[in-house]
Design a binder for this molecule. Structure first.
Ligand code: FMN
Length: 227
């Protein structure tokens, strides 16, 4: 596919210049009384985002780095979260899976515009063990499991009919490809072990607030950042 670039660009600049930032609800946030564990605060904010009607509040941007040091990012779903790690799913054969495997660091960004909130997470990456991956695979819909089995995510799509056929009957595909198997060979969960987390609260009246947590051996330290 080829295309030309024309005056659309300057029209787009004008359009962009006319956009404004909608006023968020700006709920109360008192960093002085924030929990010692940032995952607890993340859980509170995630629940509040859902309660405030943020659609797909568990969908985030996942940023990775390739072997040449080039950054990459895409939107994906937060599969799980526990004491330290944020868990994402990716096939080892997809660009993101290769990046997570070869350069085991990642950053996540959640944006909940209705509340003027952002959460940033940075950390090192580790693959989940087989049991955790299998349990997560079982929770997927039949269609998602079939997609994981067909694999080849992000390769050029030459034959749409083939793909529709392959995904046409997920049950049949699941039985055919891996009788009794609990997972797709290349599909796995990856844990981002948070080393740093930052909470941003926009304010309509005063200055915005930023609270950063940094992980030390056993605990977390916090500091406020200039907005
Ligand atoms: C709302 C939304 C949710 C998405 N969720 C996922 C997901 O859970 N898993 C996934 O592999 N891709 C998901 N995608 C597609 C990814 O953004 C991306 O296009 C795909 O994973 C290929 O990325 P890669 O080429 O960097 O591996 C989602 C996209 C959107 C817009």
């Amino acid at each position: 596919m080829t295309g030309t670039v024309g005056p659309v660009r300057s029209e787009l600049s004008e359009f962009l210049a006319g956009l404004s930032w909608p006023r968020p609800q700006s709920p109360e946030f008192d960093p002085e009384h924030a929990p010692a564990d940032p995952v607890v605060l993340f859980g509170t904010w995630l629940r509040e985002a859902v309660a405030a009607g943020v659609p797909a509040a568990h969908v985030m941007t996942l940023a990775t780095v390739d072997a040449a040091g080039r950054p990459d990012a895409r939107v994906t779903v937060l599969e799980d979260v526990d004491e330290h790690a944020f868990w994402v799913a990716a096939s080892e054969s997809s660009p993101k899976g290769k990046q997570l495997g070869r350069v085991p660091v990642a950053a996540l960004v959640f944006h909940w515009p209705q509340l003027g909130r952002q959460v940033r997470v940075r950390g090192t990456v580790r693959p989940a063990d087989a049991a955790r991956t299998e349990a997560a695979f079982e929770r997927l819909s039949a269609h998602a499991r079939a997609e994981a089995l067909v694999d080849r995510q992000s390769r050029p799509l030459h034959d749409e009919a083939w793909l529709s056929n392959a995904l046409g009957d997920p049950t049949e595909l699941l039985e055919l490809e891996v009788p009794g198997a609990a997972s797709a060979p290349a599909w796995r969960l990856w844990g981002v072990d948070a080393g740093r987390m930052e909470f941003f609260q926009a304010s309509t009246s005063e200055h915005h607030q930023r609270l950063r947590y940094s992980r030390t051996e056993q605990t977390w330290t916090t500091e406020l950042l200039r907005p």
